[in-house]
Design a binder for this molecule. Structure first.
Ligand SMILES: *[C@@H]1O[C@H](CO)[C@@H](O)[C@H](O)[C@H]1NC(C)=O
Ligand SMILES: *[C@@H]1O[C@H](CO)[C@@H](O)[C@H](O)[C@H]1NC(C)=O
Length: 260
C-alpha cells in the first residue's frame, strides 16, 4: 500500500512537470515499484505513463474593468464610462489579457504547435461581456495565424471558437445554478463564528450604509462594494476605499464569491 501511495504522488508530480532531478518519470516509477507487483501488472500499459505533457487546463480571470455596479452616493453615478461602458474591460485590462496569452504561447507553444484547430484548443468563458472579451484576447495572442491560416495579409489575427453556457446553467464557472453553494453559504452565515464576526463589525456596516446609501448587511455586500470602488476611475479619490482598514478589505476578499 505504501508504495502505491508513492506512485500516485510521483504521477501527480510528473503531470505537473516538476523537475524530476534528471531522471525520467519511467525510471522514478521503476524505482518506486521495485518491490511491488504494480509494474508487472501494468507493464503492457507503460506507454501511457511516460513523462510527457499531454493536456493543460488554464483557469484565469478577466482583465481590469470599469465598475459594474454603483451606489446612491457614487460620484461616478452619472458617468457613462466612455469609451468602455460599465463593467467592461479597460485598455489596461485588454493589454494584460493579451500579454498573458503571449506568455501562454511562450510556455506551451511546443505542446500546442502553430496551427489552430478546435480539436486541440477549447476556450470557455462565462456569459459576461468582459470574460468573453478576455478569453478572445488570450486567444488572439495565443493563436496569431501563420502561413495558410492567414486570411488577410495586414491582419495578424484569426477567430477562435469561444464557448459559454447561459448564466443560469453554467455550473462549471458560476455559483448561480448551484443550490448546494447557497445551502452551504446559509449554513456558514448562521454559524456562531460568523454571527460573532457580524456583530463585531456592526459599526463598519453602519458606516458603510451611511457612506454609500446601500443596504450593506453582510460580507457579500462589502465584497461587491469593494469591487466597485476598486474599479472606479482613479482620477477622483476613492474616499470609501481609503476608509476601510486592511482587515476589512481582507474580509471582503475572503468571503466574496468569484466575480464573473
Ligand atoms: C446625477 O444626475 C442627477 C440627475 O441629473 C443629478 O440630480 C445628480 O446630482 C447627479 N449626480 C452626480 C454625482 O453627478
Ligand atoms: C450614520 O448617519 C446618521 C445620520 O446622519 C448618524 O446619526 C450616525 O451617527 C451615522 N452612523 C455612523 C456609524 O457613521
Amino acid at each position: 500500500m505504501g508504495s502505491f501511495k508513492l506512485i500516485k504522488l510521483i504521477f501527480l508530480l510528473a503531470i505537473l512537470r516538476t523537475n524530476l532531478g534528471g531522471k525520467t518519470f519511467f525510471e522514478m516509477l521503476q524505482k518506486a515499484t521495485k518491490h511491488s507487483g504494480f509494474l508487472r501488472e501494468y507493464e503492457s500499459d507503460i506507454e501511457c505513463i511516460k513523462d510527457t505533457l499531454r493536456l493543460v487546463t488554464v483557469v484565469f480571470r478577466h482583465g481590469q474593468r470599469t465598475p459594474a455596479d454603483t451606489y446612491p452616493t457614487d460620484p461616478h453615478i452619472n458617468d457613462s464610462m466612455v469609451p468602455y461602458g460599465w463593467g467592461q474591460l479597460t485598455n489596461e485590462g485588454k493589454l494584460n489579457q493579451y500579454n498573458q496569452g503571449l506568455y501562454l504561447r511562450k510556455r506551451y507553444g511546443k505542446l500546442l504547435g502553430t496551427v489552430y484547430s478546435p480539436d486541440i484548443f477549447y476556450l470557455r468563458s462565462t456569459e459576461v461581456d468582459r470574460t468573453k472579451m478576455s478569453a478572445m484576447l488570450e486567444a488572439a495572442a495565443l493563436w496569431r495565424p501563420e502561413q495558410n491560416q492567414i486570411f488577410k495579409e495586414d491582419l495578424p489575427w484569426q477567430p477562435v471558437i469561444l464557448h459559454y453556457e447561459p448564466k443560469d446553467k453554467d455550473n462549471l464557472l458560476l455559483t448561480t445554478p448551484c443550490p448546494a453553494y447557497f445551502q452551504e453559504l446559509d449554513r456558514v452565515m448562521k454559524s456562531a463564528e460568523i454571527i460573532k464576526l457580524q456583530e463585531e463589525n456592526e459599526l463598519m456596516y453602519q458606516e458603510l450604509r451611511n457612506f454609500t446609501g446601500l443596504n450593506i448587511r453582510n460580507p457579500d455586500d462589502i465584497w461587491s462594494l469593494y469591487g466597485t470602488l476598486r474599479a472606479e476611475p482613479r482620477d477622483k479619490t476613492r474616499t470609501i476605499l481609503a476608509h476601510l482598514t486592511i482587515e476589512e478589505r481582507n474580509i471582503a476578499f475572503r468571503v466574496g464569491p468569484s466575480d464573473s
